[in-house]
Each structure stands twice: as C-alpha cells, then as structure tokens.
Design a protein. Structure first.
Length: 157
C-alpha cells in the first residue's frame, strides 16, 4: 500500500494555524473576566460600561495581532513562509471569532455580573463587531508589508 506523501512543512503550518485558535479561546476567557459587565466587576445594565467592554476586546485583539506579527517577522527568512503567512492569517481570523464566541458564551452560560433582562445590551457581548477584524487586520497589514518590501522577483534565465 502506498503511503501518502505530505508536504514536509505541514506540522509547522498546523502549529501556525492552531496557536491563534488556542490564543483566541484563552483571550475570550480573559475578556469575559476582565471587561466591565463581565464576571468580575461592572454593571451590565449601565450603558456607560458597554464601550469599555468593547475596548477591552479590541485591546486584547490588538495585543494578539502584535504577538502573531512578532512571530511572523521572526520566521520570515525561513523556507515556506507563504504557507505560514496564510496559516497565521486564517488562524487569526478564526482566533478572533473564537475569542468573541468564548467570551459571549461564558457570559450566557455562567452569567455576567448584574445582568438586567429589561435593558437591551446588558448581557455580556460585543456591540462593536468591527473589533473582530482588528486582530486579522494587523496580521494582514504586516504580512502585506513584508511581502511588498522584502519580495524579490525570480531571476531570469
């Protein structure tokens, strides 16, 4: 029986894909714990705390994007960078979604502090859904910059 040949770099690409996914779940828990109206502090029915809740999400997403970017830049000169870039970008998109779903899911299952059912938006969640794009956008911009600045055309024969 013939054994299927896999690309030799697939474990590395899988790591680039799975690391942001795990980070997204962990950051979702941190967001649920740390944001106003989450588990630890704040009043979910106070509309003045809804913006800080979204800003905590955006800050955590930006931090995650910067961490991924640091690893992308460090690994740029190694072979197979295109597959790693794509895996890091796809992992960042899914990681951002997992961060949002984990935080809101924990808010629904385990509850948030002082949720008022009569007030729309008092349940723990993300009102500014555009913050979901922050993590992958940071990664995409840096990847685009790296490819644009450091790309060299193939030599003519």
């Amino acid at each position: 029986m013939l054994e299927p040949r896999l690309w030799p770099g697939w474990p590395l690409v899988l790591r680039w894909l799975l690391s942001p996914l795990v980070a997204g779940i962990v950051l979702g828990v941190v967001w649920w714990l740390a944001a106003p109206g989450g588990r630890l502090y704040g009043d979910g029915s106070d509309y003045q705390q809804w913006l800080p809740r979204d800003l905590v999400f955006a800050g955590l997403a930006a931090l995650a994007g910067l961490v991924v970017v640091v690893f992308v830049v460090r690994a740029h000169l190694r072979f197979g960078f295109a597959a790693r870039y794509l895996a890091a970008l796809v992992g960042s998109v899914i990681g951002s979604l997992l961060m949002w779903l984990t935080g809101t899911g924990l808010g629904q299952v385990l509850g948030s502090s002082r949720k008022d059912p009569s007030v729309d938006g008092s349940a723990f969640g993300l009102d500014a859904l555009s913050a979901l794009a922050l993590w992958p956008a940071i990664v995409a911009v840096v990847i685009l910059a790296l490819v644009t600045v450091l790309w060299s055309p193939p030599a003519r024969r």
